[in-house]
Design a protein around this ligand. Structure first.
Ligand code: RUB
Length: 306
């Protein structure tokens, strides 16, 4: 298997690439690179390489259905191709990857266009972690001439909130940075909450950075609308068949390096926000109720259920 795939998987594992979209993009580009570097002589050998790459990429982070859907789709295009020559099959990978990336970019623009309208002039937006989809939406709102400010959590233990804060400052957005445990104190002054997603289940529950579920409860308590911005392809088809979305558990060292030996440290990367607390999912289809995502998927992406 191409060295590039291993290197990319490692970067994903170490959070050098973070956020569901960026993870998916990195995995797609790794498949593209594999196709460019392959030493396979036959279709069979090439398929074996692709399947090994799939195993390596899937194992890099557990809670990333967008990445899994992308990789599955690209490999299925090769499987469905009648071509036999490795060059021609590599070309299928390259074309499918480009197409997937193009669609992903179009979804991001569409989501930003729709979501920016939910930000009223002088609004205070509360967000958590770093979602490239959220920051792109906020960029669009800014370009549309909206005046708004953002409250952003630091997002323990690895501080992705700092990435968000830096990006927002670069956009010229007034940003207030708070520790995660101050979320309740600042929810009162927010007008709405906007967060990203890693996964959407068949019931319409959303999995995102640890702490998102608590923030949704706080928004509910303070009667503030809680929106999730997400590409539809973050839907996990395995949840339809009864599988739970696996929640990645990361190293205790991220929480406390050099902690006392017998201390039990848990470090789940994500949590589940129940659909009842989600005002709307802002996706390519518009602002939709979370429980309708599965039906939309059947209509827009039937291949995902195969
Ligand atoms: C990132 C995170 C983001 C989603 C959505 O967690 O939870 O909210 O991945 O991001 P981590 P995007 O830093 O552990 O990857 O909108 O960019 O897909």
């Amino acid at each position: 298997m191409a060295q590039t795939v291993r290197v990319v998987a490692d970067k994903i594992r170490k959070l050098e690439v973070q956020g569901a979209r960026n993870v998916a993009i990195a995995a797609i580009k790794a498949l593209e690179a594999l196709a460019g570097e392959t030493t396979a002589k036959t279709r069979k050998e090439f398929m074996t390489e692709l399947k090994e790459a799939r195993v390596t990429l899937f194992a890099s982070r557990a809670t990333e259905p967008l990445m899994r859907n992308a990789v599955r789709w690209i490999i299925s295009q090769v499987e469905n191709s009648s071509k036999e020559k490795v060059d021609a099959l590599a070309e299928v990978v390259s074309l499918s990857s480009s197409q997937f990336l193009k669609n992903l970019e179009a979804s991001k623009e569409c989501i930003a266009e729709i979501g920016a309208k939910r930000i009223r002039d002088n609004a205070v937006v509360f967000t958590h972690c770093h979602s490239s989809t959220v920051t792109h939406l906020l960029r669009k709102a800014k370009e549309d001439g909206k005046a708004f400010e953002v409250v952003c959590t630091e997002t323990r233990p690895v501080f992705q909130g700092r990435i968000t804060a830096k990006e927002l400052l670069a956009l010229g957005v007034k940003t207030t940075f708070i520790v995660d445990s101050a979320a309740r104190s600042f929810m009162r002054q927010a007008d709405l909450v906007i967060v990203g997603a890693d996964a959407i289940t068949s019931e319409g529950n959303v999995i995102n950075k640890i702490g998102t579920g608590t923030i949704a409860l706080l928004a509910h308590e303070a009667r503030k609308p809680f929106y999730v911005v997400s590409e539809l392809l973050k839907f996990d088809p395995d949840t339809v068949c009864g599988d739970y979305e696996e929640i990645e558990e990361r190293s205790p060292d991220e929480v406390w390096k050099g902690a006392p030996e017998k201390l039990v440290i848990r470090n789940p990367a994500f949590d589940v926000t129940r659909r009842d607390f989600i005002h709307g999912v802002i996706c390519e289809e518009g602002v939709i109720p979370p429980h309708s995502v599965k039906e939309v998927m059947h209509r827009q992406f039937p291949w995902i259920f195969k």
